[in-house]
Design a protein around this ligand. Structure first.
Ligand code: CTP
Length: 407
């Protein structure tokens, strides 16, 4: 669990930051909030103090205060810069971005940011015309050059009642992305391709063969890879999940379409993670329109779908890493090893879909990571946490990710 600093700028989106602080604390992190004087007009320090159980930092000129354990909180910005492991500024206003981009330190938050050496994420929120202003865009470009990472803004309804590009991400998304970022930037510069969800193999306009995959595991992998700095493309079968932030998403229906999308991109890819539950077979014939139910009592003739992962294994070049999944009813390491060899994989994530809270649709998963080097047994984990364990293990593979740079 980490010591996190949440900087809050003076915008109406500051109300979401109260929820964000609370979420991060519930996930076991220690969270200290630093408010600009303008932010304190929107949400009071007391709100954050109550939600985090930690001292709240404010104006540069506040008299020195003492923490629970007698620590001096005077010279607050320097103290906080030493204490924190990572920082997120939400909302980051136009004024704040401008100050930071030009190295100004007019209040506690900007002073802290200049003194802080750890990773900083910026979650802007402002009116869409302010965001589009060249001065703001220049600050953004400058800050990116300095190594700051931006989360949002996204398009949506704004406080002014207008629609536009300037809305801050929701607290839940920011909490997830902040946590993903804590795993470091070891995939910086890597291109990661992920398949996710089920495929649907139609035999008339309204019916198909499919499976109950929710796509959650693949989406978690895509989001985790983005958090670790990778350029990520997600090829997804039909799911109800929103596009993961920062990830290029292509939605397909049939295995054949997924195969085409993957095959096209594969030569440029460093890591392919195949988390999709691809239908092994498809109906041989497709009937235009809807078959009447009286006519449905026919034998459905099937033919095999391409095995996407196996085909990419065949095309694999030196340095490319292939990670596949094996869904087993009970733990069957032998069959995972067989897949590793037959599909020329670097890792098989073997998961038991027989137990409660495991496999399809669940938010958690219990898995074994099987590689040529050995087997790593993992406890029941959230799919987000499992995604990170998979990338952690991928680092140790021959040709795996090397630690990247950046803040
Ligand atoms: N896979 C694929 N294309 C297919 C079938 C599977 O890319 N047509 C990938 C899946 O995304 C997964 C792995 O291959 O990563 C699963 O392999 P598979 O042989 O289908 O194993 P299981 O799903 O465990 O099923 P079984 O061995 O019982 O066939």
């Amino acid at each position: 669990m980490a010591r996190l600093v949440l900087g809050v700028g003076g915008g109406i989106a500051a109300f979401k930051s109260a929820h964000l602080a609370s979420l991060l604390r519930k996930r076991g992190h220690r969270v200290r909030v630093i408010l600009t004087p303008a932010a304190a007009q929107f949400v009071t320090p007391l709100t954050f103090e109550s939600l985090t159980g930690e001292p709240v930092y404010g104006d540069l000129w506040d008299p020195p205060r003492y923490g629970d354990d007698g620590e001096i909180l005077g010279e607050a910005h320097i103290h906080l810069a030493r204490w924190g492991e990572a920082a997120l500024v939400a909302p980051a206003t136009a004024d704040l971005l401008g100050q930071l981009a030009s190295g100004q330190a007019r209040d506690g938050l900007t002073t802290f940011l200049l003194a802080f050496g750890g990773p900083v994420l910026l979650a802007p929120a402002m009116h869409h015309r302010m965001w589009a202003h060249p001065a703001v865009q220049e600050s953004v470009a400058r800050l990116q050059r300095f190594g700051y990472r931006f989360l949002g803004p996204v398009a949506g309804s704004l406080a002014s009642g207008e629609e536009g590009w300037g809305r801050m991400l929701e607290a839940q998304e920011l909490a997830d992305l902040f946590e993903d970022h804590l795993h470091g930037r070891d995939l910086q510069g890597k291109r990661v391709l992920v398949t996710a969800g089920p495929t649907q193999e139609p035999f008339d306009a309204v019916r198909h063969i499919s499976n109950p995959s929710s796509g959650k595991m693949g989406y978690a992998l895509a989001q985790a890879a983005f958090g670790r700095g990778a350029q990520v493309v997600l090829i997804s079968g039909p799911t109800c999940l929103p596009d993961p932030y920062g990830v290029e998403v292509h939605r397909v229906q049939r295995a054949e379409e997924m195969y085409q999308e993957v095959a096209r991109r594969f030569p440029e890819v460093d890591i392919l993670v195949a988390a999709a539950a691809v239908a092994d077979h498809r109906p041989k014939e497709f009937h235009e329109g809807k078959i009447r139910k009286e006519d449905l009592l026919f034998q459905l003739e099937l033919e095999p779908n391409p095995d996407i992962l196996k085909e990419m294994g065949r095309r694999k070049k030196k340095g490319q890493i292939l990670i596949g999944f094996a869904a087993e009813w009970g733990m069957d390491e032998g069959s995972a090893r067989k897949k590793l060899l037959e599909k020329r994989l670097d890792m098989v994530v073997l998961n038991d879909v027989s137990g409660p809270g495991e496999g399809f649709r669940a938010d958690t998963n219990r898995a074994f990571l099987v590689t040529a080097q050995g087997v790593q047994e993992l406890p029941l984990l959230s799919k987000r946490e499992l995604a990170h364990r998979i990338f952690d293990a991928a680092k140790d593979l021959p040709g795996g990710g090397r630690p990247g740079g950046g803040r």
